[in-house]
Design a protein around this ligand. Sequence first.
Ligand code: GLN
Length: 564
Amino acid sequence: MTQEHSSQSRRGADERRRHIFVTGGVVSALGKGIVSASLGLLLKQRGLRVTHQKFDPYLNVDPGTMSPFQHGEVYVTDDGAETDLDLGHYERFTDQNLAGRNCVTSGQIYDAIISKERRGEFLGKTVQVIPHVTEEIKRRMLETARAQDADVNIIEIGGTVGDIEGQPFLEAIRQLRLELGHDRVLFIHLTLVPYIKAAAELKTKPTQHSVRRLTEIGIQPDILVCRSEMPLGEELRRKISLFCSVAPEAVIEDPDSESIYEVPLVLHREGLDELVLAMTRLEAPRKVDLGSWREMVAMVLDAPAEVEIALVGKYTHLKDAYKSVVEAFVHAGVVNRVRVRIRWVESSRLETESPEELLEGVHGVHVPGGFGVRGIEGMLRAIRWAREERVPFFGICLGLHCATIEFARNACGLTAAHSTEFDPTTPHPVIDLLPEQHATEELGGTMRLGSSACDAVEGSHLREAYRAERIHERHRHRWELNETYRGRLETGGLQVTGTDSERGLAEVVELPGHPWYLACQFHPEFKSRPQRAAPLFREFVRAAGEYRDRVGAQQSLLRASTED
Ligand code: GLN
């Protein structure tokens, strides 16, 4: 292809590309991420190339330095960016990987602009929100979609319409519609239609106000997605349409559903994807086929059996802190045809209450990632209990660190063993900083991040789970299993079954002889998909099911013998 040709075809693709913006009003946490992800799935199903972006108004460069209580989970991409948890929804629903550039914050925008200003790139000018900030926002929105060669670019704007810090984003997308035209830019607005008990009615006023705020800044939504506890009904739909200047068929109802994976089915039934195509004059190569998705949802809602897993964590009061882990358990349930019930156990409780009490009856113990010393001793007790009682155990990242400390202390006689994260002067630092971490001074974006390769030992649960020798998973940590202690741990019986392919770091440990005991340094939850559960979650849940059956059989034997 000549240069002229390729730039022409690039221009052609640019001109065909549609940009769909999803904003939210009234209250936060309405599920913009789920609606965006669902639309992505529906359009991908129709044979279109889709990408997703999230623009968040806060000033942090990324959520990596925020407390899980503030922000919920930090989602890690293959390329090692610490991003908003909505990227997890996008990846899970569309089953395609995104990059760090798909998550943008005001912090990144201002950081870029201030660096440019210092380099003198704005020489002579006053740097302003309009046009400089808005130009930078628009540039990123368009360039990412171009780089990823998307037919449809779905962009979610974080926060709620009316927030001060979100205004530059809204101004930028208003301008984009002006520049690219109605066919190529579509506005979807998500609002709440609350049910007022005293009046026994759904109320549309908050939606009207929210749309008014949008129109005041020059954005007339094309489609309204109305979140409510119950279906809207024709009359309300017409009322919202009239007051908000949105066609009645473009008032989409999105009532609460039991599982987030039902949302694409609901929105498809409501005609959302059809509407988006018609409004943007986009032709899709295929029809939607949701058959296998529907089967998956049926299994999520109505599995024939159940296992119970204790999730022993330190942020259990905010379930969003474990978003991907929770979803990975849902996916593992689907493939094993069970519902995975999670028993949330705040680890610090295990410091005063016994594992026998808090963990009694569970079929598996999971210790997920985390930071800081609070609750660690409780995690150690939970792991010891699972190890000694031969209950399936699965640890991730901090879970691996705790498993190693517990084993060193109670099975290798190193009673003072610890991680230098929690006790910098421990005589037995079985978990220590990665070598490159000693010199890091800045905390933002400096952990070991993103995907790397790991080799699995033949005959291990790890190898069996992935059915492959070399696997790739995502990381987010500063500490690791201290190589100096590997020999002593292995002599004690803890086997390293996975090692980093390039650097030889211990990535996975297992306990041969235990029914299922595995802890990994990487985070397999990030790559789990509803129809392709992460292998380690799948195998852990399978082992939990076997444990449940074994214990059940023992109990009925016991009952039979005492009845005799
Ligand atoms: N705090 C530990 C570390 O930084 C574990 C991190 C995690 O669990 N993601 O290495």
